[in-house]
Design a binder for this molecule. Structure first.
Ligand code: PMV
Length: 325
């Protein structure tokens, strides 16, 4: 049996950095994100008794041995839950560069989970799907529910899941992803998180998270854009401060990243309400309201070193689609 799923990438406003359990991928903190309409993965999974081994293909690219092994591990979890021993063929395609801090693993594991269970004819609740996606890549759980999504850290596999706070129609905001380097990041998030406890800033950040989670949910509920942007920038910088003070230190920004961070402050001073957030890579996500999209795009054009921009609206979560890859 064969199924294809389309999964959005997601951008976190309160980010996940550090695990309480490496195997189950239980996070040290709650997080909150928005699905991205312009950056997604489409994955077809086919199970068959005829297949002798699992095969994994990335259209327009190549998976490393490590990445392939991680996908097969995801398939093993799906097979175990579904009570199947059939091998699988996985074909996957991204609309955006893999590994550049734009969450290809999130949409990838969300699509794999949803397509995989559908291909085996097993129907799970959205909550259980988010739990399985989480075990593939933590942030993947946030790509399954619709729109604005909360991932509760929980204290066990069953209590660490994601749910939709609001549908995508709740708030017309934009995440303009500014790609300044589309190459694979040097240190993966899995590897980077392994040494999180070496940062003296970790405890400081974790203490601030409950307040930030509460305040950002209030800001989203009341559509208070400036408050929303301030908390998002505060948490982004807090996470990067943890990364940069780990041993060995992790520095994901390049000079264009820093130019944009500075420009954003300047644009705001001149009356353009725009904020930034950055994941584990040099690319910058610019957040603005729908009515300011054109002004932000025009401002980005004045910056050198930009490879591409992807404009994202809030999007629905992962869905089964009819055409196969
Ligand atoms: O789930 P992973 O391994 O892709 O880790 C995601 C980590 C960040 O993107 C840096 C933060 C987040 O919450 O998305």
């Amino acid at each position: 049996m064969k199924a294809t799923a389309k999964a959005p990438a997601n951008i976190a406003f309160i980010k996940y950095w550090g695990k309480a359990d490496d195997t189950l991928r239980l996070p040290l903190n709650d997080s909150i994100s928005m699905n991205m309409s312009g950056a997604y993965t489409i994955t077809t999974v086919e199970f068959s008794k005829q297949f002798k081994k699992d095969s994994v293909t990335l259209v327009g690219g190549e998976f490393s041995e490590e990445e392939t092994a991680r996908v097969i591990k995801g398939l093993d979890l799906i097979r175990k839950r579904a009570g199947s021993t059939q091998k699988a063929t996985v074909v996957t395609k991204n609309t955006f560069p893999k590994g550049a801090g734009s969450a290809a693993s999130a949409s990838g594991f969300a699509a794999l989970t949803v397509a995989g269970f559908a291909a085996l004819g097993v129907t799970l609740s959205e909550k259980e799907l988010t739990i399985f996606a989480r075990m593939g890549s933590g942030s993947a759980c946030r790509s399954i529910p619709d729109g604005f999504v909360v991932w509760e850290k929980g204290d066990s596999s069953k209590t660490s899941f994601a749910w939709s706070l609001y549908p995508p129609t709740h708030w017309d905001i934009r995440d303009i992803l500014v790609i300044v380097d589309s190459r694979m990041k040097k240190v993966s998030t899995t590897e980077g998180m392994e040494t999180v406890a070496t940062s003296p800033r970790l405890a400081v950040r974790l203490r601030a998270i409950p307040r930030r989670m509460k305040e950002i949910q209030q800001a989203i509920a009341t559509k208070n854009f400036s408050r929303f942007g301030e908390i998002t920038e505060e948490d982004c910088l807090g996470m990067h401060m943890v990364m940069q003070t780990q041993t060995p230190p992790l520095f994901y920004w390049n000079s264009t990243t820093q130019t944009i961070m500075e420009a954003v402050r300047d644009w705001r001073k001149h009356g353009l309400p725009v904020y930034f957030t950055i994941d584990a890579g040099p690319n910058v996500h610019l957040l603005c309201e729908g009515i300011d999209e054109e002004r932000v795009l025009a401002a980005v054009k004045t910056i050198g070193g930009v490879e591409a921009t992807i404009v994202n609206k809030p999007a629905i979560g992962t869905r089964i689609i009819s055409e196969h890859l």
